[in-house]
Design a protein. Structure first.
Length: 222
């Protein structure tokens, strides 16, 4: 899911980008209202998080334009304006939720996920052998046993499960999961693959993650 963050405070924008990416969201940031509105109305997003007070164009205007264009994109106001009239105005303009700064990231994440569930069409579970991934609930089971994964382990598993039987290079995985340029001297991919194997392969007879020496990995039942 692509989240558009419209926030002019750099530290807050960076905090939101990092936190949401860690939990599997694709994040684009706009630091002024004009650019934010252009993205929301042009390139589009699955969900918008925005402040009220922004350079160029305020959040009230952006929400009005989004709804005026007939878009039903979920919108979450994240702002220091905590007055009841401000909250009422935001919701009446068409925002779906309103969260006041300072905020707890856990609460923001819960609200984002709630909006995402309402907006997203039902996603079918991914099944490889006896491994089942439910993208909507972010639940992973193997042989009907729940498997607890970290956010990065979950994203890595999704990359594998969406390309069964295909060889995925370390470079590809580093770029897709960590959004970093792959360097040959980093072992971040190997470390996380090893941790993932310990959870979804080691306790079971049939293995799913296989190393293609010198190239990468392939995900399939053997």
């Amino acid at each position: 899911m692509k989240v558009l963050v419209i926030e002019d405070e750099e530290k807050t924008a960076a905090y939101l980008r990092t936190g949401l990416q860690e939990h599997g969201f694709e994040v684009q940031v706009a630091t002024d209202g004009i650019r934010g509105a252009e993205i929301a109305l042009g390139e589009g997003a699955d969900l918008v998080i925005l402040d009220v007070m922004l350079p160029g164009k305020d959040g009230w205007s952006i929400v009005s334009e989004i709804r005026g264009a007939g878009l039903q994109t979920p919108v979450l106001f994240l702002t220091a304006r905590d007055g009841v009239p401000d909250r009422v105005r935001g919701l009446e303009l068409g925002a779906d939720d309103y969260l006041v700064k300072p905020f707890a990231f856990s609460e923001l994440l819960a609200r984002v996920r709630s909006l995402a569930r309402r907006a997203a069409p039902r996603q079918d579970a991914l099944r490889i052998a006896d491994l089942v991934i439910d993208p909507l609930q972010r639940r992973v089971t193997r042989a009907s046993k729940d498997i607890d994964l970290t956010p990065k382990e979950y994203l890595l598993l999704l990359q594998f499960a969406r390309s069964p039987g295909e060889i995925l290079s370390r470079k590809f995985l580093a770029e897709q999961v960590w959004d970093i340029r792959f360097e040959s001297d980093t072992n971040i991919v190997e470390v996380h693959v090893r941790r993932l194997r310990a959870k979804i392969d080691d306790p079971f007879v049939r293995k799913l993650i296989h190393t293609v020496r010198g190239v990468g990995y392939v995900f399939e039942e053997r």
